[in-house]
Design a protein around this ligand. Structure first.
Ligand SMILES: [Zn+2]
Length: 161
């Protein structure tokens, strides 16, 4: 079991955070953004950045080549739909996508939006860690959390109507 600290300061003990989230054992902050037969999308629970979405498979798999054909099709559809909603609803021009197989959780892809304030930390992959830490340490205030929650609501509405 691993202990995980959520953005609201609570800690939970889980075997696999992705399983806990996709099965509904843990409710992600702000709730589910989009759920399909094979995937589950929610705001990242650790970093308060508007539109930072995690797409997790419902099955406990780690490697890309473990996806079935149905999951492959659903995956690219879910990614594309969320990407479009990020642009249409939140005005996000660019997104960074991260997915690593040697994770302690299971299959999940991060969609990290780029905002102007992030460029002070540089560009490309090396800027992402400092950006995330900055968000966690300096942006955990009521005003920003409120904005993040409203973004989740707007995305959910857009993706489910
Ligand atoms: Zn899992």
């Amino acid at each position: 079991m691993r202990e995980i600290t959520l953005s609201n300061g609570k800690t939970v003990e889980v075997e696999c955070l992705s399983c806990a989230l996709t099965s509904g054992l843990i409710q992600p902050d702000g709730g589910v953004v989009l759920e399909t037969e094979y995937f589950h999308a929610h705001q990242d629970v650790a970093y308060p950045i508007k539109g930072l979405i995690i797409i997790a498979s419902k099955r406990h798999i780690k490697r890309f080549d473990e996806l079935t054909e149905y999951e492959q099709v659903d995956y690219i559809t879910v990614l594309s739909r969320i990407r479009k909603a990020q642009r249409d609803i939140l005005g996000i021009d660019y997104v960074y996508y991260f997915y690593n197989e040697d994770t302690s959780h299971h299959f999940h892809t991060w969609m990290v939006p780029r905002y102007d304030w992030m460029y002070e930390f540089g560009r490309s992959v090396e800027s992402v860690r400092p950006v995330l830490l900055h968000a966690r340490e300096e942006m955990n205030n009521d005003e920003n959390i409120q904005e993040v929650m409203e973004a989740i609501k707007s995305l959910r509405k857009e993706l489910n109507t």
